[in-house]
Design a protein around this ligand. Structure first.
Ligand SMILES: Cc1cc2nc3c(=O)[nH]c(=O)nc-3n(C[C@H](O)[C@H](O)[C@H](O)COP(=O)(O)OP(=O)(O)OC[C@H]3O[C@@H](n4cnc5c(N)ncnc54)[C@H](O)[C@@H]3O)c2cc1C
Length: 343
């Protein structure tokens, strides 16, 4: 389908596709098995200027938007969902600074994040606060010119590997969700350590880890926006990052379809390549159609965000919902076609 991408977006797509094919695909299975963080690949992406594609030029980016990021994420995910999420999660951690950072915070953090010399992570989830994001218990208490953080974040992508963390903590528990605030915290800050690393079933090259704050003192300048805005920071971040997550799902599904088609052409049973059986053709046609529909929703919602449309929550959620369900369906069907092959 022709999505009328700009020249720049076509370049991003082709570059990410090439890196996925030449650098990621050959190491994907091994990195997944070992659960090793893909620093070598992050370096390649950094040298290819892919980390800054959604960041303003004045901070060292190339000034694109959510669609550019979605296109790159989709292509990388086609080769490995785990490696791609290390890249995409850095954007998730960076968006709060783009959306709510002041000039000093943007000057300080965005250039390195745009270069990819430092990665970011976003920390909201806790043991008792998953879907119910307003139930977070990590506290940030104002003490003079500082905030002191205590609590544990759970399942944080790029945890331990990222240098810059955007964190949501309660500055006033009595106010519920309105008592949450957002902060920037750097790796190496005293009182900030990393806990359990999850031993995941998939996307194992990506690190998913606990962040532990024990009397962690940070300067008050690290507050993002104003006190009490943490929940808004989180929700706005999710609104604009969902197409990127959905793009991962589209990429993973496309990668699975690519493999299924290749194998169905090669695998001979009953004297014919299995792709010549109509039962397989129906499956492949459905997979391709579902992926294209998901992609269309991702690109449309990303474009809405990039055009400056204010209310994008519903559309970005629809893209994520549809693309992630599509990814589950397509990869399940791909497994059916690949049967017991070791591709
Ligand atoms: C690999 C991975 C990476 C992650 N990375 C990050 C990260 O970088 N940063 C971060 O902050 N978090 C991260 N998370 C956490 C993620 O955002 C949470 O897993 C998610 O918010 C869901 O929370 P939960 O897993 O506690 O599920 P729960 O909220 O416990 O939900 C359990 C089930 O109940 C359902 N449910 C919940 N509430 C309702 C309701 N009201 N009505 C009907 N059904 C409901 C859910 O749909 C789900 O099926 C990550 C998680 C994973 C697995």
């Amino acid at each position: 389908m022709n999505y009328n991408l700009t020249e720049e977006q076509v370049m991003i797509r082709d570059l990410a596709r090439q890196i996925a094919k030449d650098k990621i695909r050959p190491v994907a299975a091994e990195m997944d098995e070992k659960g090793e963080f893909p620093w070598e690949i992050m370096k390649v992406l950094s040298e290819s200027d892919l980390f800054g594609i959604y960041i303003e030029e004045k901070y060292g980016g190339t000034g694109g938007g959510v669609l550019d990021l979605s296109i790159a994420t989709e292509e990388l995910s086609r080769a490995c969902g785990g490696i791609a999420v290390c890249y995409a999660a850095s954007a998730l951690g960076t968006y709060p600074i783009i959306l709510y950072g002041n000039d000093q915070q943007k000057d300080k953090y965005l250039p390195d994040l745009a270069k990819g010399t430092r990665l970011a992570a976003f920390g909201l989830t806790e043991a008792g606060a998953g879907s119910d994001a307003g139930a977070i218990e990590t506290t940030a208490k104002k003490e003079g010119d500082c905030y002191v953080l205590n609590g544990t974040k759970q399942w944080i992508t790029n945890g331990g590997e990222a240098e810059v963390y955007t964190i949501i903590a309660m500055t006033d528990k009595t106010r519920g969700a309105r008592g949450a605030s957002a902060f920037i915290i750097e790796k190496g800050t005293e009182g900030f350590t990393f806990g359990k690393k999850e031993n995941k079933l998939g996307i194992r090259a990506s690190a998913t880890r606990e962040l532990v704050f024990t009397n962690c003192k940070i300067p008050k300048e690290n507050l993002l926006g104003k006190e009490g805005m943490g929940f808004v920071v989180a929700m706005k971040t999710f609104d604009i990052s969902r197409p990127g997550v959905a793009a991962q799902a589209v990429g993973i599904a496309q990668g699975a379809l690519d493999l299924a088609v290749k194998y169905a052409r090669e695998r001979v049973q009953f004297g014919k390549p299995i792709i010549s059986f109509q039962g397989i053709q129906f499956m492949l046609a459905d997979m391709a159609t579902q992926i294209e529909a998901a992609r269309a929703l991702v690109y449309a919602s990303a474009r809405m965000i990039d055009s400056g449309e204010g209310k994008v929550g519903k559309e970005s959620a629809m893209a994520k919902l549809f693309a992630s369900d599509t990814c589950m369906k397509v990869t399940t069907d791909a497994l059916q076609i690949l049967a017991d092959t070791d591709i």
